[in-house]
Design a protein around this ligand. Structure first.
Ligand code: GLP
Length: 262
């Protein structure tokens, strides 16, 4: 795991958008894993701007989102389908047929999850998986005690997640209590993971995920098992990390990041 600390939210977010843009230029048929949440809104705004101003091309890119609520129609304004269209897909030149999210309205949810897994594999696997971190340490909707080898499945949401995401709903009491989510095992099979955390409210959970023991109580800690995982945090989110100086030193000295230090 590598930790990159950036000054503030906008520099951290821009950094993540630049990594995605670089990958997309290197591989136009990139299979990109996407996330939702407030943290991602800014990343998508920057990618949309890069498309508009610099012609960043998404025409061959294929995407898989981490999760979706159970029981929301894709055109429900609170669904992650809507979130993605509003924040990214409607603003770039992606072929909407190349975008994928689990369908929380499927008649057979177990089959929907198995089909989602098969589709990821048939597409060649995820090249780069973007991740946020929930207040309970979840990635996707992998709530505490999600098996480290779990696959895409239905998951009951925790009170912490309901408290965190409820305010995003027009009517918070209507927030579904269940979601479909890629499993921790699914996420760990991505070729590269990129987790973005901003704000002081993420600092304790980020420190536990990055520097604490690997535990299914904090799904994000499973990323320590990944061979190519990069965590980008702003100063506030990184404030409880013990080894900040070491992480900064690495970033300043790694040739891989030369273009990003400018
Ligand atoms: C939701 C998503 C997660 C995301 C989390 C972070 O729960 N299912 O994938 O990481 O939100 O949300 P925020 O960026 O709003 O803090």
């Amino acid at each position: 795991m590598e930790v990159i600390i950036q000054k503030d939210e906008i520099t951290a977010t821009t950094f993540v958008a630049k990594i995605i843009a670089k990958k997309l230029k290197e591989k136009p048929k990139l299979v990109l894993g996407l996330a939702t949440g407030r943290t991602m809104e800014q990343v998508y705004a920057i990618l949309a701007q890069m498309h508009k101003e610099e012609g960043l091309d998404f025409s061959l890119c294929c995407t898989f989102n981490l999760d979706e609520y159970v029981g929301l129609e894709p055109d429900n304004e609170d669904s992650y389908h809507s979130f993605m269209r509003k924040n990214l897909f409607n603003k770039i030149n992606i072929d909407i047929r190349n975008t994928h999210l689990p369908n929380g309205m499927a008649a057979d949810l177990a089959k929907e999850c198995a089909d989602y897994e098969r589709l990821i594999i048939a597409t060649g696997g995820i090249d780069l998986q973007l991740l946020g971190i929930g207040s309970d340490g979840h990635i996707g909707f992998n709530e505490p005690l999600s098996a480290l080898r779990s696959r895409t499945r239905e998951k009951a949401l925790t009170p912490a997640t309901i408290k965190q995401n409820g305010p995003l709903f027009k009517n918070p009491s209507m927030m579904p209590r269940r979601g479909l989510t890629m499993g921790v095992g699914t996420i760990l099979e991505s070729k590269q993971c990129l987790l973005l955390a901003t704000g002081v409210e993420k600092s304790s959970m980020l420190a536990r995920a990055v520097e604490g023991p690997i535990t299914s109580m904090i799904s994000a800690s499973a990323l320590q098992l990944h061979q190519h995982c990069c965590v980008v945090a702003d100063e506030a989110a990184a404030s409880k990390l013990q080894e900040q100086d070491y992480y900064r030193w690495i970033f300043q000295n790694e040739p891989e990041w030369a273009d990003f230090r400018k």
